[in-house]
Design a protein around this ligand. Structure first.
Ligand code: NAG
Ligand code: NAG
Ligand code: NAG
Ligand code: NAG
Length: 391
C-alpha cells in the first residue's frame, strides 16, 4: 500500500503542469490575481447573500441573512448532566400541545397577608362567570374574613412569607401547585391584596386565553438593582448575561406553570445565591428567578411585560399607592389606555426602556389589573366599576 501511494504521488506530480516554470506569469502576479478574485467573491457574497436553500443549509441552519451567518458559531458551553436533564424535560413540555379543556378556566391566585380588601370588587368582577374561573388564596399571616362567596373555602395551606426572600417564590409555587390540580385551569394569574381588575371578566378572559404566551415581566437592568445583584455562585447554569429582572405579578400558561413545578435546578441556584445579604448585596429571588429562568428557556414564549400595572414614576422605593381621592374615572381610563410598557434601569443615568405592547401581533393596551390601591379606595372603585370596565 505504502509504495503504491508513493508512486501515485510521484505520478500526480509528473502530470501536473508546473506553474512556477511559466516564464510570462511570475508568482506575485498570481497571488495578486487570486487575492482580488477571492475579495470580489466575498464582497459579492456579502452584498448578494446566496438564496438557494442548499447553500443556506451548509452554512447556517437558520436560513440566510448576511455573510456573518457563514462564520462558525461561538461554540456553546457544554451542559452539566443536571442541566441537560432539565433542558430535555423543559423542551418536551414545551413541545407537547396542552390538553384542550372543554371548560377552560383562569386560576386567580391571591398572595396576601390576610383579608382581601377588594373582595367585593372582585365579587362584582366574577359574578355571572362561575364556570370560567377558580380562586386560590395564600394567606401568609392571618386567616382572612371573607365578604364574597367566591373566596370562601378557597384558602390553600400556607406558610410565612418574608418580603424579598425565597419564601415569596415558595408561596407562588405553592399556589401554582394547588391550581394545577384542576385540569381545567389554563392560565394562572398571580395577584396581591392591593390589586384591582381594570376590565370586565370577558375582556380579561379573552385577553389571556386567546394567546399562547405568558405575561412575565422581563428586562435587562445593567444597574446595581439589576445585574449588580448577580452572584457568580450561580455559574455555570446561570450566566450574568442571562440575568433578568421583572415584577413578580405574572399570568402564565399551563405549560409554563408545569415547567416551574418541574424546575429544581435553577430554583435551587436562586434559593442559595439570590437572597438579601448575598456577597454584600441584596438580591430578591421573586424579582429575578422567573424572569431569568423564562428568558433562558423560552424567551419567545413570554411577553416581557406584566398585565398588572404599577406606577413607579415617582422614583421612590415603593410604587405610587392610590387613595380614595385619587380614584376617578379619568385615572382608570388613563391606566386602561396605556399601550406601551416602561422599564427604568437602576444606573445613575436611569435609562428608560419603552416598548409597545403587542398582543398576537396587534398593538393593544397592556394592562388587565392594577396596583397599589389603599383599602379606602374600595367604594369609589365599586361605584365606577361598570363605567370604567366598559371602555
Ligand atoms: C403561538 O401560536 C402561533 C400561531 O398561532 C405560533 O406561530 C407560535 O409559534 C406560537 N408560539 C408559542 C410560543 O407557542
Ligand atoms: C421577549 O424578549 C426576548 C428577548 O429577551 C425576545 O426574544 C422575545 O421575542 C420577546 N417576547 C416577545 C413576545 O416579543
Ligand atoms: C390622565 O392622563 C393625562 C394625559 O397623560 C394627564 O394629563 C392627566 O393628569 C391624567 N389624569 C390622571 C387622573 O391620572
Ligand atoms: C358613567 O358613564 C355615563 C356615560 O358616560 C355617565 O353618564 C355617568 O355619569 C358615569 N357614571 C359615573 C359614576 O361616573
Amino acid at each position: 500500500m505504502k509504495t503504491a501511494k508513493a508512486r501515485l504521488g510521484i505520478g500526480d506530480f509528473q502530470i501536473m503542469p508546473a506553474p512556477r516554470h511559466r516564464p510570462h506569469l511570475k508568482r506575485p502576479v498570481w497571488i495578486i490575481v487570486l487575492v482580488c478574485f477571492v475579495s470580489l467573491l466575498l464582497i459579492g457574497a456579502y452584498i448578494y447573500p446566496p438564496q438557494s436553500s442548499g447553500t443556506c443549509y451548509i452554512f447556517s441552519s437558520n436560513g440566510c441573512k448576511t455573510f456573518s451567518d457563514w462564520l462558525p458559531p461561538i461554540p456553546a458551553r457544554e451542559f452539566t448532566d443536571e442541566e441537560r436533564a432539565a433542558r430535555v424535560v423543559i423542551r418536551d413540555i414545551l413541545r407537547t400541545p396542552p390538553v384542550q379543556s372543554k371548560n377552560a378556566k383562569i386560576a386567580f391566585m391571591f398572595l396576601t397577608p390576610g383579608s382581601l380588601p377588594f373582595e367585593r370588587l372582585w365579587d362584582k368582577f366574577f359574578h355571572g362567570h362561575e364556570d370560567r374561573f377558580t380562586v386560590y388564596v395564600h394567606a401568609s399571616k392571618e386567616k382572612p374574613v371573607h365578604m364574597s362567596r367566591y373566596f370562601i373555602d378557597r384558602e390553600i395551606r400556607s406558610d410565612k412569607v418574608v418580603w424579598g426572600k425565597i419564601s415569596m417564590v415558595n408561596a407562588e409555587r405553592r399556589l401554582l401547585a394547588n391550581a394545577l390540580q384542576d385540569p381545567d385551569n389554563q392560565q394562572f394569574v398571580l395577584l396581591s391584596d392591593s390589586c384591582v381588575p381594570l376590565h370586565n371578566f370577558d375582556y380579561v378572559y379573552n385577553y389571556l386565553m386567546d394567546t399562547n404566551i405568558s405575561f412575565i415581566d422581563c428586562f435587562v437592568d445593567p444597574g446595581p438593582h439589576g445585574s449588580g445583584r448577580y452572584s457568580e455562585h450561580m455559574l455555570p447554569e446561570v450566566e450574568k448575561r442571562d440575568f433578568r429582572k421583572g415584577a413578580q405579578w405574572f399570568s402564565m400558561k399551563r405549560q409554563h406553570a408545569v415547567i416551574v413545578m418541574a424546575d429544581g435546578l435553577y430554583y435551587t441556584k436562586f434559593k442559595l445565591y439570590c437572597k438579601p445579604g448575598m456577597d454584600g448585596k441584596n438580591c430578591y429571588a421573586d424579582e429575578h428567578y422567573l424572569p431569568t429562568f423564562f428568558h433562558m428557556i423560552d424567551p419567545g414564549g413570554i411577553a416581557n411585560w406584566s398585565v398588572t400595572n404599577v406606577d413607579w414614576s415617582e422614583g421612590k422605593w415603593h410604587p405610587k399607592a392610590y387613595r380614595a381621592s385619587d380614584v376617578t374615572f379619568e385615572l382608570l381610563k388613563n391606566i386602561t389606555s396605556i399601550d406601551e410598557s416602561i422599564h427604568v434601569t437602576s444606573e445613575a443615568q436611569k435609562e428608560v426602556q419603552v416598548r409597545p405592547c403587542f398582543w398576537n401581533g396587534m398593538r393593544r393596551p397592556c394592562y388587565l389589573f392594577a396596583r397599589k390601591f389603599y383599602p379606602e379606595a374600595l367604594d369609589n372603585l365599586l361605584h365606577l366599576f361598570s363605567n370604567y370596565t366598559s371602555i
